[in-house]
Design a protein around this ligand. Structure first.
Ligand SMILES: NC(=O)c1ccc[n+]([C@@H]2O[C@H](COP(=O)([O-])OP(=O)(O)OC[C@H]3O[C@@H](n4cnc5c(N)ncnc54)[C@H](OP(=O)(O)O)[C@@H]3O)[C@@H](O)[C@H]2O)c1
Length: 378
């Protein structure tokens, strides 16, 4: 295992972190966590060098924190940096924040956490909780010793990311990044900006929730196969990230023992700056190969909104393109068929005159609707 320091803190953490959002579950109603197996996975990872554990109020319907509390008994708490997150969407008034943190500490069976993150920050949500005193709350909780360092996890665009970074002396920013997302959400440029300000970067969704290892297109397989050193898709995806000196820890949501063992093996080599020029070119080529599979190419700018028929055009196109990139249409069709939004199109064309990408929106909505109907009635 390789380790890195969080700038401006006394915390050194393993470059592989355990993300407790996808713990193994039992095949029963409600998919409860398979507790003995989840504890075995977490403790195996810690025994073999993982020192960073990430959970949140909402994971596994609220049970992830409780499970992590169980797993970190018997001396395991002292071996890890423990992070959990404030569910911003549950904060209606100032006092809610400390009440939520107290509830979380109880579930985790600890008197403090090492990092406490504002969870899933976006521009609108951030402004709301800042008005309710989020930043003073972070200061107060550090003084009271309930949290050691403040941070946030993020899902919005690069401009908002910079605004949040500049708003407070955060010690950690948790962002979605992987081979495909270099120019999405916080963006790699945003990560460099945050790191330049002394903020430690933690990566989430390094395998795009596992999608980068499933239904891998032949064009991508060919690119990997042409490399002199053979690595699995997961290994290449992690390598793209651990190569980056800005990245302290990469979270993996490991749901099986084999994944824990595999990732421990992969992170034995996780040195920043390890990728060769040929490998950096590979990462670019892989991204292009995936991007070539995009069909509609909606950028989600929302200029087409609102639609007079209230069709959420960007949501439909994003879901459809994502299905095309990973050749996995069934979940998209199933979701889409619940409301058949595209079928409501009155073909007024207001969206097309607003679309900066000049997408033939009406034709695409018709195509998607026809495909979904054909595939769901088979
Ligand atoms: N704060 C936020 O807003 C937020 C959002 C998302 C995630 N997170 C945190 O970030 C963590 C990481 O994100 P993530 O869970 O989406 O990570 P991820 O690594 O992108 O996806 C995890 C999935 O990848 C697959 N996988 C893992 N190791 C593998 C291997 N060696 N070979 C093949 N497949 C492998 C597994 O999928 P299968 O089991 O399906 O094969 C696993 O469930 C989460 O667990 C959570 O703690 C936070």
């Amino acid at each position: 295992m390789k380790y890195a320091n969080f700038p401006g803190t006394d915390i050194t953490a393993s470059r592989l972190g355990f993300g407790c959002m996808r713990l193994p579950v039992k095949n029963e109603e409600g998919n409860p966590i398979d507790r003995p197996e989840a504890i075995r996975l977490i403790r195996t990872a810690i025994d073999e060098g993982v020192t960073y554990v990430d959970t949140a109020y909402g994971y596994h319907g609220g049970d992830s924190e409780r499970l992590v509390g169980e797993a970190l008994q018997d001396g395991y708490r002292e071996k890890v940096t423990l992070t959990t997150k404030l569910p911003l969407w549950k904060v209606e008034k100032t006092e809610d924040m400390e009440a939520l943190l107290d509830e979380q500490l109880k579930k985790l069976r600890v008197d403090h956490v090492d990092f406490y993150l504002a969870h899933a920050v976006n521009g609108e949500r951030f402004d709301q909780v800042v008005r309710l005193g989020l930043l003073d709350f972070m200061d107060d909780m550090q003084k009271k010793g309930k949290i050691r360092y403040p941070g946030f996890s993020f899902h919005d665009n690069a401009e908002i990311f910079r605004r949040v970074i500049d708003s407070y002396p955060w010690k950690l920013a948790q962002v979605q990044m992987n081979i495909l997302d270099e120019n999405h959400q916080a963006t790699m440029k945003g990560i460099e900006y945050a790191a330049g300000k002394g903020i430690g970067i933690v990566i989430m969704e390094p395998l795009r929730g596992g999608a980068l290892t499933r239904n891998v297109p032949q064009t991508v397989k060919d690119l990997y196969a042409a490399m002199p050193v053979k690595r699995s898709e997961a290994e290449w995806a992690f390598r793209y990230l651990y190569d980056r000196p800005e990245v302290v820890t990469i979270l993996s949501g490991m749901s099986a023992y084999e994944q824990v063992k595999d990732n421990l093996r992969i992170f034995a080599e996780a040195d920043p700056g390890c990728a060769t020029e040929e490998e950096k070119q590979l990462f670019k080529d892989v991204r292009s190969a995936y991007e070539a599979r995009v069909r509609v190419g909606c950028t989600g700018c929302e200029y087409c909104q609102p639609c007079p028929q209230e069709i959420r055009i960007p949501d439909i196109f994003r879901g459809y393109d994502n299905a095309a990139v990973f050749d996995n249409f069934a979940p998209f069709y199933e979701r889409y068929m619940k409301e058949r939004m595209a079928a409501k199109c009155a073909k007024c064309g207001a969206c097309e005159s607003a679309c900066p990408q000049h997408i033939s929106i009406r034709d695409w909505l018709e195509t998607i609707d026809k495909e979904a109907v054909a595939n769901c009635t088979k």
